[in-house]
Each structure stands twice: as C-alpha cells, then as structure tokens.
Design a binder for this molecule. Structure first.
Ligand code: IMP
Ligand code: MG
Length: 194
C-alpha cells in the first residue's frame, strides 16, 4: 500500500457484514463528542480521588479505552468478564463471573464501565457483587441505556446515549462475537446468532 493511501475500510458492497447492518443510531462523531463530555464530567467529579475504571469485557472495551483518554486524571484499569445465560440477543439475568478483577476494590473510587444496560439484570448482579467488596464509592458509566430503562431506579450515574429496543451492534457490542469493530452503533438486522 502506498503511504498516502487510506487503509482498507470496513465498508464495500461485497463486505460480509453489510447485509446485517441496519440504521446507524450513533455515528463515530457523536461517540467522539459524547465521550469527550463524559471525560470532562468525570475529571471534574473525581478531583483528588482518581477512579479505578472497571471494564466489563468484552463489550465495554472500546468505550473504556476512549473514555479513559478523555479523563485527565491518573486512572487505573481493571477488567472482568461475565457470561449471562440466555440467547445471543437476550440476557437472562443469571450471571456468572468468568474472569474476576485483579485489584482489591476496598477503599477505591470505582467506576463500573458498561456497554449497554438493557433490563438492568446484569448491572444489578454486578453492583451487588462489587459493592460487597467495600469500595469507597461505586458509580456506573454506561455507553448505552435503553429508552425504556429507568436510569434513576437502576442507578446509572453517567449515560452516553439512550437507544430504542432494537438489538444494536458496533463499538464493542456484538452478535456471536462479531461486529465489535464497527466504529459506530447500528441496528442489527441479521438472523439471531447462537
Ligand atoms: P441486561 O442484563 O438485560 O441489562 O443486559 C445487559 C447485557 O446484555 C449487556 O452487557 C450486553 O452484553 C447484552 N446486550 C443487551 N442488549 C444488547 C444489544 O442490543 N446489543 C449487544 N449486546 C446487548
Ligand atoms: Mg454481549
């Protein structure tokens, strides 16, 4: 590839993703702008007590990566992986920790970074489990929250975007492990993956 050429793009008529990618709900630019705003808010709120960002793998990986660079504080990271029983497009709320955190949460100012809060079942399990470890504070920052979800009731401090009930893909969110690398959030229009 010549040095002045753009790298190959994830678009094109014969791309295998395309038939299943529906309406773009959140563009790259909207993500960039909102992440910058969230970074400013968090920087202001956590002066003198840099937070520990707890990323819920794998969906929140893109978000935590960009969000952390928008926070002007010496943040730390940790990662956990959970698997929720259910189909590829519906969570059952029965959650199992597949990879636990390495860092002790006690006395820490924790921000749980999530990709999407739908029913809130996964979040309520994580909140219960992590708050039992006695952090100094515990807040939630979710890239996406359903329009039908009661943000106050579920207790989400920072919300990126509200999205309708359609199943969405991209910027970390998957169907059967694919589509995570789309740089935007789109509606998924393919068959249910198992
Ligand atoms: P909840 O327990 O119903 O709130 O579901 C939350 C989890 O289900 C998220 O962390 C995602 O992994 C997954 N999820 C829910 N809705 C979607 C979606 O539209 N696209 C991709 N993953 C989703
Ligand atoms: Mg998922």
């Amino acid at each position: 590839m010549a040095p002045d050429q753009d790298p190959p793009h994830l678009t094109g008529a014969d791309h295998p993703y395309l038939p299943h990618i529906g309406e773009i709900l959140v563009t790259e630019e909207q993500i960039r702008n909102r992440v910058a705003e969230l970074g400013v808010d968090i920087t202001r709120e956590y002066q003198g007590r840099p937070p520990l960002l707890v990323c819920v793998l794998k969906g929140a990986m893109m978000f935590v990566s960009d969000l952390s660079r928008a926070i002007d504080l010496p943040v730390e990271f940790d990662f956990m992986a959970v698997s929720s029983y259910g189909s590829a497009t519906r969570s059952s709320g029965v959650v199992r920790i597949v990879k636990d955190l390495d860092i002790d949460l006690s006395g820490r100012d924790v921000i749980l970074v999530e990709d999407i809060v739908d029913s809130g079942l996964t979040l309520s399990y994580l909140r219960r489990t992590l708050q039992a470890r006695e952090p100094a504070s515990f807040e939630v920052c979710s890239l996406l929250v359903r329009e039908s979800t009661d943000v106050e009731a579920v207790g989400i401090r920072h919300v990126g975007f509200r999205v309708p009930d359609d199943f969405v893909i991209g910027y970390g969110l998957d169907v059967g492990e694919r589509y995570r690398n789309l740089p935007y959030i789109a509606v998924y229009e393919g068959p249910e993956a198992h």
